[in-house]
Design a protein around this ligand. Structure first.
Ligand SMILES: *[C@@H]1O[C@H](CO)[C@@H](O)[C@H](O)[C@H]1NC(C)=O
Ligand SMILES: *[C@@H]1O[C@H](CO)[C@@H](O)[C@H](O)[C@H]1NC(C)=O
Ligand SMILES: *[C@@H]1O[C@H](CO)[C@@H](O)[C@H](O)[C@H]1NC(C)=O
Ligand SMILES: *[C@@H]1O[C@H](CO)[C@@H](O)[C@H](O)[C@H]1NC(C)=O
Ligand SMILES: *[C@@H]1O[C@H](CO)[C@@H](O)[C@H](O)[C@H]1NC(C)=O
Ligand SMILES: *[C@@H]1O[C@H](CO)[C@@H](O)[C@H](O)[C@H]1NC(C)=O
Length: 500
């Protein structure tokens, strides 16, 4: 089943059921600024770490013993023993708890673990989340797996966590590495899973680095306005004009479209018919999330500090006062930084990283309110509306969300009071430029459940490969993380063997 008609900004969650006007636009031909910030060469630190791809026969339903036609599925994991100190030394295992997409893509964007592996002599394991990438239940057939709620019903966070525990315990057995400590890592939804894994499986993982994991972005904990407020702040912080141009553009688009001949005018300017609203919205949201201090290629190739570059394009005097020219230049930072786009397909719903299953998750457990916009928002003012979400989910999947299930299962309310006397060894990293940071843990909870907050940071920036251009604050964040992980490990080895 394909979910269309609305656009899912599924990445690292969000699925914003954008119910914009549905006006269609196509690509502009007018003279657009050619001078947008495109260097000759994009310097990216590309991962070369040769992971080995393996498959594990995983239980489909960890929680019942009902007979099923499909009892197991093949779960993919990536492994690298390159830096491992070995079982006889009880050298550690660094486990990435995969999120909603192809695991190799997350591995490529989680260089931090590779960077620090030699220091810790760690075995590296990335497990793919069920229903994503090659880890497809129901005979590996995605069409069958995604058919309807009778198959998608096995796509839950609790089943995923049980997968990770089952696989890593089996792997340790195979490697005769029962005493090798496991540290879990994750970013975004993967970071939520890492934190929850530590809380639910303390006998399996000694600690968790949960990067940009908005475990508090649920109803009645985090304000539904916080996500878009942060995006607003990101752009407004660059320039007031930039903010104003984007803010008023939504109305201008509608005004233009509603004028006689207006739609034609827009169509002449934008080749493929589609929703300009969604196209622009996607660019602003994802760029705010990935406003990294160095050139990157996570969601699309982008320069360092892309929000700043977008605002430069908008503020460029050469664009005069033509909003559409300005928007085109700014959106090109996200859609055409590589300079290779021959045209923009505004209807493009391709999903190169396999994130599509998130729409099911966002219709069942992951009811994460993010779509509120107050009067000051860079987007059109609107209220978060749970009933709209529930109605869409009923229409697409015939499923009723359970908005309080996640906080029932994992907690979240009064987290400081609760975790202060329960649990240990979790790092919550957040970059405050990341719209998801509003739903993150931003305060220290105890001496071993710590919050690392970087004012200039974006979405799990700490987990990226180090580059020679990394600012000092980022180097410092990673150093702190390494020191904390080292402490967990030395405590573990001391407990294992006091003479260690
Ligand atoms: C759901 O999908 C499965 C697998 O494709 C199929 O056998 C079943 O008939 C479908 N159920 C409904 C209610 O459509
Ligand atoms: C452990 O070894 C068994 C037997 O070779 C194999 O079937 C299983 O997939 C291995 N486990 C993992 C996690 O690779
Ligand atoms: C630019 O256009 C906007 C809206 O169309 C208008 O409010 C503003 O006054 C214009 N600015 C200049 C300098 O013409
Ligand atoms: C993308 O950038 C290149 C280089 O500036 C330009 O030639 C091309 O027209 C741009 N594509 C679009 C769709 O604007
Ligand atoms: C949030 O609080 C409101 C008002 O008390 C309540 O109606 C709603 O069910 C709560 N939502 C969740 C997910 O608990
Ligand atoms: C958490 O505590 C450490 C010292 O243990 C401190 O350096 C850090 O700033 C605190 N984090 C926050 C978010 O207050």
């Amino acid at each position: 089943m394909r979910i269309m008609a609305t656009r899912f900004i599924s990445l690292l969650f969000s699925l914003l059921f954008l119910l914009y006007s549905g006006i269609s636009f196509a690509k502009p031909t007018p003279s657009f600024p050619s001078s947008i910030i495109r260097p000759e060469k994009i310097s990216l630190s590309t991962p070369t770490e040769p992971y080995q791809e393996k498959f594990f026969t995983q239980v489909l339903d960890h929680y019942t013993f009902r007979p099923q036609s499909y009892k197991t599925f093949q779960q993919r994991y990536l492994i690298s023993e390159k830096y491992w100190g070995g079982a006889e030394k009880n050298a550690p295992i660094f486990l990435y708890t995969g999120n909603e997409g192809d695991i190799d893509w997350f591995a490529q964007n989680t260089g931090f673990i590779v960077d620090i592996a030699p220091h810790f002599k760690a075995l590296l394991v990335f497990i793919e989340h069920r229903f994503y990438g090659k880890s497809m239940p129901f005979g590996g057939n995605k069409d069958v797996a995604y058919s309807n709620s009778s198959t998608l019903g096995y796509l839950t966070s609790t089943q995923a966590l049980a997968d990770y525990a089952t696989l890593i315990i089996d792997l340790k057995k195979n490697l005769s590495a029962a005493d090798s400590p496991v540290v879990v890592f994750g970013g975004s939804y993967g970071g939520m899973l890492a934190a929850w894994f530590r809380l639910k499986y303390p006998h399996v993982a000694i600690g968790a680095l949960a990067s940009s994991s908005p475990i508090l972005n649920f109803e009645n904990i985090t304000s539904p306005y916080s996500f878009n407020n942060i995006i607003t702040q990101d752009f407004r912080g660059e320039s007031e004009d930039c903010y104003r141009v984007i803010k008023r553009s939504w109305q201008e688009i509608e005004d233009t479209a509603s004028k006689p001949g207006g739609l034609d005018l827009l169509r002449n300017n934008y080749i493929s018919a589609s929703s300009l609203h969604n196209w622009l919205y996607t660019a602003w949201v994802y760029t705010a999330m990935t406003d990294y201090p160095t050139p990157s290629n996570f969601l699309s190739p982008m320069p360092a500090y892309p929000v700043k570059e977008m605002c430069k394009a908008i503020d460029d005097p050469k664009t005069g006062n033509n909003t559409f020219t300005k928007l085109y230049g700014a959106a090109s930072v996200y859609y055409n930084y590589s300079g290779t786009a021959t045209c923009f397909d505004l209807d493009d719903d391709s999903d190169p990283h396999g994130l599509g299953g998130w729409s099911w998750q966002a219709c069942t457990e992951m009811i994460m309110p993010t779509s509120g916009n107050n009067e000051d928002s860079i987007f059109t003012a609107s209220k978060w509306n749970y009933d709209d979400r529930a109605a869409s989910c009923e229409a697409y999947f015939g499923v009723e969300p359970r908005p309080s299930w996640i906080t029932t299962e994992f907690g979240g309310h009064d987290i400081k009071r609760v975790l202060k006397r329960f649990g240990s060894n979790i790092i919550f990293f957040n970059g405050l430029r990341d719209p998801w940071s509003g739903g993150g843990v931003l305060e220290n909870i105890s001496s071993s459940i710590v919050a690392i907050v970087a004012k200039q940071g974006a979405h799990h920036v700490d987990l990226r490969f180090a580059t020679s251009e990394d600012p000092k604050w980022l180097q410092d964040v990673r150093k702190r993380e390494v020191n904390i992980i080292a402490k967990w490990l030395s405590e573990y080895y001391e407990d294992l063997d006091p003479a260690y």
